[in-house]
Write a protein that binds this ligand. Sequence first.
Ligand code: ADE
Ligand code: ZN
Length: 328
Amino acid sequence: MLPLAELHVHIEGTLEPELLVRIAQRNGIRLPSYDPDVLRERYAFDRLTDFLDVYYDNIGVLRTAEDFYDLGSGYLRRAARAGVRHAEIFFDPQAHTARGVPIDALFDGLGSALSDARRDGMSAELIMCFLRDSGPDKAMLALEAALPFRDRFIGVGLDSAEVGYPPSLFVDVYARAAAEGLRRVAHAGEEGGPEYVWEALDILGVERIDHGNRALEDPDLVHRLRDQQIPLTVCPLSNLALRTAPPRLADHPLPVMLEEGLRVSVHSDDPAYFGGYIDDNLARVCEALQLGQAATAQLAINSFRSSFAAAERVEAWVADVDAAQAAA
Ligand code: ADE
Ligand code: ZN
């Protein structure tokens, strides 16, 4: 099995309908249906905001530390089966605290799930994301509420509806995060144009761009990303489901990104909604694009080199990728 680092997965986007039903029943919450297949029928989207409506609706069932533990541990078990050795997992605290869920429930539940995974040999970390469509003041409050748990997460990200909420709005929040020694990433260039990527780099000082597909529209930006080897975490099945890439996987821009010398890696985004975890994303995109073993291994190596893990661990995982490729 090819070793991988998962750098772009939203833990709330791993809420499979089966678990959703189980947690809703446990918490006495009404759902439109208790049949996971019927719930799954709603998972057809035309754009990011259509998806986010369902995503926020569904996560309303998550209330207790046990719910977050079940969510996190279910994902981490699946990730281990996908070959994930290191995971940097997004979570959206504002989407829960705004509903009255205490922030301790998130950190306790997700933290216990991560502890179990570490005990089983996986490396796993949390990155808290700000909901850009809730604005910068709420983001700052979310950061301040999370700082008492500073040792339980490694960085900050920016997600939710992109267009109309440019990265520059969050300059003060990211400066505060940097002052706290937090790593910085942001979704940019998923639906928003290349200017969102420029702002994330120049104004927020992010070290990695989530998605970034639309960066390809700006040759100067492509230059910058290549020269500085700024990582892009690309999510092919998400792009397909949300129509942020051409409708056929065979036309996905991943080969252009590789040819341009960009440091891209493949990830899953919201696997419960988009039809596959990191292993499925990699297998399906490599098959559709007819990427050979060497390119597939390069994507795996990039995933580790784009991570925030310590250099010596990264090099050990890269050696494992080489060994897996040699054995294949
Ligand atoms: N939150 C969860 N998934 C997301 C995505 N693909 N883009 C922006 N925000 C998200
Ligand atoms: Zn995402």
